[in-house]
Design a protein around this ligand. Structure first.
Ligand code: AHM
Ligand code: MG
Length: 283
């Protein structure tokens, strides 16, 4: 596992360099979800694929930017599901973006995730790694290495509210929930990049990030293997919770296709409790 984390550190510097120096235009292709790919999406994907190609414990790679599974090493143990450049459409307005990695052993489902990591490319490069039975660890790039900063713990109740999805397509119960948070004094924090938005809530002690099912996207937008499950693990390890719109832990998701999405709610305990109350979910 250590080799995988060291490889992610190398990848982080390479992708950061690509963001800062490469062409920001579109490629001529679409990803598996039918979205236009930026040249940077493709480039970041190649950087990750090349970096893991020589890591023998990695059996397979599954990328948000590609259909199917890339087999690397038959004798390897782990499958890494990754979103190479999440929020890439924000690069042209110079907002923060990120990379997300879910490390799975065996069948690709939430309960088989053994570790997760994400990188934030902002004014500084930061990396957070989560493993079982310990708090996530935050690293910050200093020169060309990562310095360990400390562990990440969510408070019981936060102040930030990051509500995703098109409001015109929210359900009435969801509107009620988001309004209830604002009435309780929460402040809006939503950049459109889940990595910096979830990172901000984690580092500022708590809050709620939601991307619900909507009338136009009944299963939400965010992908289970690459985005939802890795962050669900982060939030649980940090002392928070991550559930879907029925109250099921996101760590229990079993995708039937690598690109399946799920409604998702990530927060500290107080915000999740309120969500369950208003949505009428069982505790
Ligand atoms: P991407 O993987 O194509 O970049 O899409 C994922 C991003 C998330 O980072 C973000 O939370 C969400 O899409 C924003 O979507 P919306 O614009 O619908 O709020
Ligand atoms: Mg993404």
């Amino acid at each position: 596992m250590k080799t995988i984390f060291e490889t992610i550190k190398t990848i982080a510097f390479e992708i950061d360099n690509a963001i800062k120096t490469s062409d920001l235009g579109y490629s001529n292709s679409e990803n598996s979800s039918g979205e236009d790919q930026l040249k940077l999406d493709v480039q970041s994907d190649i950087i990750i694929e090349k970096a893991f190609a020589s890591v023998s414990v990695v059996k397979n790679l599954v990328s948000e930017e590609k259909e199917g599974v890339l087999e690397l090493n038959d004798l390897g143990t782990y499958t890494i599901c990754y979103d190479p450049l999440d929020g890439s459409s924000l690069v042209d307005v110079n907002l923060s973006v990120g990379s997300i990695f879910g490390i799975y052993e065996g069948e690709l489902k939430g309960s088989n995730l053994v570790a997760s990591a994400y990188v934030v490319y902002g004014p500084r490069i930061e990396l957070v790694i989560a493993e079982h039975n310990q708090k996530p660890v935050l690293y910050r790039a200093v020169g060309n290495t990562f310095k360990e900063i400390g562990t990440v713990t969510l408070g019981k109740k936060g102040k930030l509210n990051a509500p995703g999805g098109t409001q015109a397509h929210w359900s009435d119960v969801h509107k009620k929930y988001i309004d209830a948070l604002f009435s309780d004094g929460y402040r809006l924090r939503y950049s459109g990049g889940m990595v910096p938005d979830l990172h901000q809530i984690l580092l500022k002690g708590g809050g709620m990030f939601s991307y619900p099912g909507t009338t136009d996207k009944p299963n939400g937008k965010l992908r289970q293997l690459f985005e939802v499950i890795p962050f669900a693990f982060m939030y649980e390890q940090a002392g928070g919770q991550a559930i879907d719109d029925k109250g099921m832990r996101l760590m229990e998701l079993v995708p039937s296709h690598p690109h399946d999405t799920s409604p998702c709610f990530f927060g500290s305990n107080s915000e999740i409790l309120k969500l369950k109350e208003l949505y009428g979910m069982k505790n």
